[in-house]
Write a protein that binds this ligand. Structure first.
Ligand SMILES: [Zn+2]
Length: 208
């Protein structure tokens, strides 16, 4: 057993996604060895995350609060983008991966996860109702169009991603927005955030 203060730090770090006890203890010992200035910087960065970042009113992606206090992120407020199409992704990293291809110029929506089953508690964990509200009433959420022309479902080709995509597609049916999916090329079970740029480009171009 480590001294209580080290133990406590390990507990905190092991709450991070994918971080187990062993890695968490490495983090704790790294901080023990760091200079006071480095520790101060780390604490400031964590504070800034909470203080300077907000979630976009339309797409839920986190962005730096602007001086003019816009409720929309840089992508949603960029008038050069194609506001007729919304790409639904599971998480922020997937949005980044698609942005990096430079091929997609529409808007996004971050679901915040996947559903394993269609049980209520699973469904509540993703922003499905929020998506529906935004698709039904874009203007109310800051997007100045009457109706979206395309809903691109870009969940991962994993069993959870597929189930989530199907669920979203069904839930949005009454809105009568044409739905497309990423095309072939993404290996089954793969995740967008690990796909190479070329593969992702092909999947975007081949959407159907
Ligand atoms: Zn946004």
């Amino acid at each position: 057993m480590y001294p209580p203060s080290i133990q406590k730090a390990i507990e905190q770090f092991s709450r991070f996604p994918t971080i187990g006890q062993r890695t968490a203890s490495r983090f704790a010992f790294y901080i023990l060895k760091a200079s006071p200035a480095e520790v101060k910087e780390l604490i400031a960065a964590i504070h800034a995350l909470k203080k300077d970042i907000q979630l976009c009113r339309f797409c839920f992606s986190p962005f730096q609060i602007s001086p003019e206090h816009s409720p929309l992120c840089e992508i949603c407020r960029n008038t050069a983008r194609n506001t007729n199409i919304v790409c639904v992704v599971e998480k922020e990293n997937d949005l980044e991966s698609i942005e990096k291809t430079n091929l997609y110029k529409g808007l996004y929506f971050v679901l915040g996860g996947t559903v394993h089953t269609l049980r209520k508690e699973d469904i509540r964990a993703i922003r499905a109702q929020e998506l529906k509200e935004r698709l039904a009433n874009p203007k109310e959420f800051g997007i100045q169009i009457e109706k979206f022309q395309e809903l691109l479902i870009a969940t991962n080709p994993t069993p959870e991603g597929e189930a989530t995509g199907l669920y979203i597609e069904r839930l949005m049916e009454p809105l009568h927005i044409p739905v497309t999916r990423l095309g072939r090329g993404l290996p089954i079970g793969a995740e967008l955030e690990y796909a190479d740029e070329e593969t992702l480009k092909n999947a975007l171009e081949g959407r159907r």
